[in-house]
Design a protein around this ligand. Sequence first.
Ligand code: G3I
Length: 394
Amino acid sequence: MATLKEILFTSLTAAGLVAADGLNARAVAAGKKYFGTEISTIVMADSSANAIAKNSQDFGQYTCENEMKFDALEPSRGTFSYTSADKIVAQAQANGQIMRCHNLVWHSQVPSWVTNGKFDNATLISIMKNHIANVVGHYKGKCYAWDVVNEALNEDGSYRTSGSIWGSTIGPAFIPIAFAAAAAADPTAKLYYNDYNCDKPGSKATGAQNLIKMVKQYGAPIHGFGMQGHMTAGQVGSASQYVTNMRAFANLGVEVAFTELDISTPSSSPNFAQQATDYATIVSACKQVSACVGITTWGFTDKYTWISNSYPLIWDTSLQKKAAYNAILNAWGSSSTPTSLAAPTSTSQASSGNATGCTAAHYAQCGGQGYSGCTVCESPYTCKYSNDWYSQCL
Ligand code: G3I
């Protein structure tokens, strides 16, 4: 039930009397499709937390935490259970938020009737195709994107077989088969490969690029690469590393997104300033790459994070905004004026950027080797040298 304050705000915003603003509003103003969050029916049952999730100025997109996984949707063979996931989709639709749907084929959260079934190759393929046809068919037209295959790679970029019923029984061919089945069930959904530790260039990112090429070679469609983005504060590095990585994927003809971003800091000695800087780095990287369509955080409040002993998200355990909130807002830039049109307000230093007539937001990158964005910081911040590859508005 909406509070009086929420109703008043919504009405005034609709009447154009209150400027719309928030994490998603800024992302959209920066040319992105969404800023979104993972959500669960557990969070929805907490009315204070859910009020935050329902604010489409902050979140333009949802991902179900567990409700669309194989074990949740097909707990026994041929029996599909959509009630919980449908609740999340209904809330998204009621608030004008789009869905990234997660996920169809993963080695984890597979029900025991699949893992213990001792199915042969042909039977397991038919089980996988039947699951995809039912689930994607059920949500046809309601998912902006599907994570079709999740985490199919080892850290060295080779295909995972150990611990994966799909990889060990079918082999890597399950991947293009899954993409083709998803495309047949919903030809309009963007079909993604999604994985962790592929956010920066390296052997696993190269493996993901090979996987995308392999899917295309089989003649199946693949439209996107999801960088999960489970990170640690202080170890995030420079925006340019993420930019380079995203461009390598974009060169293969797919869009990219950060799909599960969270930035851990220990609950025993949290460093929220560092965490805010790191969130801004990721936003800045996405902002610089046109193929980056959006960012989804893996939850929004530390009250419901999946990570023990950590405060990785944007609202604290009491549902108050943390430093990361404003850092993300500022990194996206103004909610109304495209940053490329904003007047310069302070001078830059130590940068190799070349964009003119624009300002970089607080915490955004403003210089460094290979950087080509804005080199002037919005007032009152200045461009501070961090290393040869990265200067930041502080
Ligand atoms: O549903 C059972 C319940 O019946 C049982 O009583 C209870 C007892 O522990 O467990 C429940 O299952 C839990 C499930 O979440 C649903 O709540 C599992 O134990 C628990 O391991 C599972 O954790 C999820 C994890 O994926 C599974 O690997 C996390 O909530 C979820 O945040 C996490 O999300 C993944 C993404 O899908 C893929 N990328 C990594 C990301 C973080 O691990």
